[in-house]
Design a protein around this ligand. Structure first.
Ligand code: PLP
Length: 405
């Protein structure tokens, strides 16, 4: 058989597999409670509504819904996305500012490829979303890591200090990739005054912001602050969000809100990738917005997740050692834990899996693979009983590791 390794392009060899997907493979067919994934709870999918919509769309609009469509997205869907974005406080936009993507993952892939060259300075939160970091890693930028504190969130003092230092050295950050609301994985939410300050810094030091609002609609405690895009007066923010957490990830739908210049670049790029996002998915999601399915279903999603978060937090409180710290997420699907410094969560994983519980070691979420003592724990998918048992087991494993270190 041919060995394809020597034939691979240089770009391909830079792509990393997702550690989470590799990990999930290890748990297949085994009696393991997985706190490692990031799947929504399937009981939150409005399946019956989607069935009815799909039926209607195929009965009444099959000529269009089953056809090729435009690269930037189906116009009637983009109009509904203007309305949906308004519900996040993003106003003064038209369908020309909207671009439909195959999940927000494709939006991140396209934007990082459109804007980032080898050697560019790109700021990311430390930790940040693993799959976004992997796209960026392949672009070979110089990363600037901005720490995320479990209580105070993204450290803008640190960002400002770095910007000032870099200015003296004639260097410039090109882009800051940031998840201001229900940060994945750290679970923090940036305060409104910090959002305003970040935009001021972006203006003063002239960088663009890639805002990932994947969990913007999924804040289940307190208010969900306006996204940066809603506060953006200079068009510096490129915003993306997704249907994966509010309707169904299987539809593979995300969208971007940006200046028309950015939308044009995305159009050229996507023509080369996949021509357009599946038309049928767009018709279904359009109707789901129009008929109020998403907004009517959100309270159920939020209730499910706040209950599960509470179960996980309670279990952590009871079972983790006193020296550990963890986030108290007000939205999203994850708790992030900072264990005592001596513990290496990657090394501990094998033991944990042998005891029947999987998690994601936190170092993968750090651009520099630091954060060796951290872990990400998913509460959206496991049952409450699994959450209780999983955390109890994990607590024992951590305590054993601690006494051995
Ligand atoms: C922060 C963040 N951004 C983007 C995504 C990508 O999701 P999708 O491609 O399903 O929209 C995810 C998925 O978990 C995420 O957590």
């Amino acid at each position: 058989m041919v060995n394809y390794q020597p034939f691979l392009s240089k770009d391909t060899s830079l792509l990393k597999t997702s550690e989470i997907r590799d990990l999930l493979k290890l748990t297949e067919g085994r009696e393991v409670i997985s706190l490692a994934g990031g799947l929504p709870d399937p009981t939150t999918f409005p399946a019956e509504d989607i069935r009815r919509i799909a039926d209607d769309v195929i009965k009444e609009e099959s000529a269009q819904a089953l056809q090729y469509s435009t690269t930037s997205g189906v116009l009637s869907f983009k109009k509904e996305l203007v309305n949906l974005s308004k519900m996040r406080g993003i106003s003064s936009i038209s369908e020309d500012n909207i671009f439909v993507t195959v999940g927000s993952q494709e939006a991140l892939f396209m934007i990082f490829n459109i804007f980032i060259d080898k050697g560019d300075y790109v700021a990311v939160e430390n930790p940040s979303y693993l799959a976004a970091l992997n796209i960026l890693r392949a672009r070979q930028p110089n990363f600037i890591g901005i720490d995320v504190d479990p209580k105070n969130g993204t450290n803008l003092d640190q960002l400002e200090t770095k910007l000032r230092q870099m200015k003296q050295e004639n260097k410039k950050i090109k882009m800051f990739y940031v998840i201001p609301t229900a940060q994945n994985p750290a679970g923090t939410t940036m305060k409104l005054e910090d959002r305003k300050r970040l935009l001021e810094l972006a203006s003063q030091y002239d960088f663009i912001i890639m805002e990932d609002d994947a969990y913007g609609f999924l804040v289940f405690e307190g208010d969900s602050p306006a996204p940066l895009k809603a506060l953006d007066k200079e068009g510096r923010v490129i915003y993306t969000s997704t249907f994966s957490k509010i309707l169904s990830p299987g539809l593979r739908l995300g969208w971007v809100v940006a200046e028309t210049d950015v939308i044009k670049e995305m159009e050229i790029y996507k023509q080369n990738v996949d021509l357009h996002t599946p038309t049928l998915s767009q018709y279904i999601a359009r109707e789901a917005i129009k008929r109020g399915v998403i907004m009517n279903n959100l309270p159920k999603v939020k209730n499910t997740y706040i209950e599960k978060r509470n179960v996980m937090l309670q279990a952590i409180e009871e079972n983790f050692p006193k020296e550990a710290k963890w986030s108290r997420p007000v939205g999203g699907m994850f708790v992030f834990a900072w264990l005592p410094k001596g513990i290496d969560t990657t090394k501990m994983l094998e033991k944990s899996m042998a005891n029947g519980v999987a998690y994601v070691p936190g170092s993968s979420f750090y651009y520099d693979y630091s954060g060796k003592n951290t872990m990400r724990l998913n509460f959206s998918y496991p049952s409450k009983e699994q959450l209780r048992r999983g955390i109890e087991t994990l607590g024992k494993v951590i305590k054993e590791e601690l006494s051995a270190s």
